[in-house]
Design a protein. Sequence first.
Lengths: 273, 302
Amino acid sequence: MIATIKAEWRKNRFRPAFLVSSGIIGAITTLVYGVNWYLALHPSASDRQPVSLLTLYPDQFVNNVMGAGFPLGAAIAIVVGALIAGSEYSWGTMKTTFTQGPGRLTTWFGRVVVFAAWMGIMTAILFLVGAASSAIVASFQGHAIAWPAAIDVVKGIGTIWLVFAVNGAIGLALGVVIRHSAAALGAGLIYVLAVEILAVRFIDYINNGAYKWIGDLFVGQNAIALLQSFTSPVFPRGLAPSIGAEQAVVVLMAYFVGLVVIAAGLLRLRDVT
Amino acid sequence: MENTTIVETHSLTKRYGSGVLAVDSVDMSVRRGEVYGFLGPNGAGKTTTLRMLVGLIRPTSGTATVAGHTPGSPAGLARIGALIESPGFYPYLSGRENLRVMADMASVSQKRVDEVLDIVELTSRAGRKFGTYSTGMKQRLGVASALLKDPELLILDEPTSGLDPQGMAEMRKLIKDIGQGERTVLLSSHLLGEVEAICDRVGVISNGRLVTQSTVQELLGEEGVLVRAQPADAAQEMLTRMFGPEAVSRQNGAIHLKTDPGKSLEINRQLTAAGIGVSELRPFERSLEEVFFQLTGEKQGS
């Protein structure tokens, strides 16, 4: 298992998909801070939800970066997951790795470990860029730099990692099921950005919300609920699903484990043609 | 007693979900230390058989033992190296870095990477990205990857596929060199000359069935003499009297005689003495190509 993790890390550390997605996460965080800073300094009378400078200071940076978790971060994680799993089929590397020696499951779990580690790196980049951006805003505005409590930072990192990892696992599983990176990527994005949203709305609508509990089992609903559990009152809030943070963590973890295990089963049983 | 076979299959069969019978009851046996040619036309079932031997696909029925283990088991894979169809590597990594990944996968020392690059003569271009490699370089990298574990058994599936004539010659020389000594090489090909030049034994597969398995010499059959003479009927009658009816056959106007070519002088003397004009008399050898077309039922030149 250690050898497989080593091989997967060697293979993925310079993988363009990881490097580009990490760059996008960092760049978008910087851009969002920049735009919000401008809007906070140049408020418009027609703006119904004006941006408060208070939300851009370091003590609020954890709350701020939570906004990157869904749907943007989720979409990026799905793309990366689909590329990691699907391109092994497109490049014919599946057969090369499977004939090297470690069993299929060992290879798969090594891949999942490295993927989860990369989701951790992307999370760290998001937090570092968010913290740096908030410190820059505070410095320019002459505001004292005060950081949130360490426990809040840790919880925030855990939350973003979980949201990235579970959505990445959707991409990974789709890559294994469809055996093609581009098709898996497309299917994943359509699911997270359209199908799930429509399905949840429809389920919530049926019989005056009698089946809302089913809608509350979807990945997106739980991700939003978990991310919004952090958001302080100074932030404008969307309509949060009525799901507790603890329940959301359990549901998202179950999805992550379930998707990884289903994909592992398929990999083990199916022929590599 | 040490087992002399390194690959053994019994009634190995693969039927796909679509109903296509790709491999049909193949009983194959590869001996240790030999270069075994697995010969067959495109679509005959060669790659499917090899994929079953390395555990990439599961047989519908039948059994196989490869290097003493079930196909695809980690213990068995540790003793074999394989290049199945086109070499699959990560295009954004260099050739050397790709081999390092595979060495880690196989728990092989990183020192071995430079050794195999040297064997396949790819050291000078090992720093280039795999995506920029020519077909020949890709095939060489595939062979290098298969050699990483210094395997007892090397399985190469159409290793000269897509190469130009020079590349093919270089690859054949490489395979010959690799096959020296105790290592067993199982080589699939649809190129008859390649198999005839490299292999000790040959298995011929057609429409999923192994139609024969023997040494190249056995497959080419007994040596003989080809005679063209006029009148042909009189010549055939005389030769039948001399060598018996089972030794004489007539194909495309020529008489094929199963006998020692050293008797050519005597044959010529006897025919001439009987007033039969001899226009051609030479040792006759069947080519592997002829044997192949005869065995597979394919039409030559079609």
